[in-house]
Design a protein around this ligand. Structure first.
Ligand code: ZN
Length: 149
């Protein structure tokens, strides 16, 4: 599965004009409970931004599940706590939680999920953060999501 990523990146690069910003990011998650990025920066020219989350480990979703959740930094703790109550069947996120700006599904080793975020609808006056809502992962699996203005 990993071998296909470089080819996809090349195809994608050819599909956009040379000077256009790359309105996408790929983030890898691991069996060591980590994301490989601590910051994701979005160019202000992007109206939509695509996130591809990969789980490069081998552990099953029940033991080492990862998702990518975007929210205001101020809401992260409450979203996370409500996610614990929601449990694994809901991917550790409260259904219809309006504080969640965007999220992937919860995935296990070898899986991927891709979402597209409407950049123009993002709050501009408050810090945003991404994190994994699996129990106990948030302290290690979090980072800043910044839109250049
Ligand atoms: Zn996780």
């Amino acid at each position: 599965m990993l071998r296909s990523f470089p080819l996809m990146a090349v195809l994608y690069a050819c599909a956009i004009p040379a000077m256009a910003a790359d309105c996408s990011a790929e983030i890898n998650s691991t069996d060591q409970m980590t994301f490989d990025k601590k910051i994701i920066e979005v160019d202000k020219s992007c109206t939509a931004f695509t996130i591809r989350l990969n789980h490069t480990g081998a552990m099953p979703v029940a033991a080492m599940g990862h998702n990518w959740v975007l929210a205001k930094t101020a809401d992260v703790e409450a979203i996370s706590n409500d996610g614990l109550s929601a449990g694994p069947a809901q991917g550790y996120l409260k259904p219809e939680d309006s504080r969640i700006i965007a999220h992937t599904r919860m995935i296990g080793g070898g899986e991927s999920d891709t979402i597209t975020i409407n950049v123009t609808a993002l709050p501009t006056q408050t810090p945003l953060e991404f994190f994994c809502s699996f129990p106990g992962h948030r302290s290690l699996m979090r980072g800043a999501f910044q839109v250049s203005r």
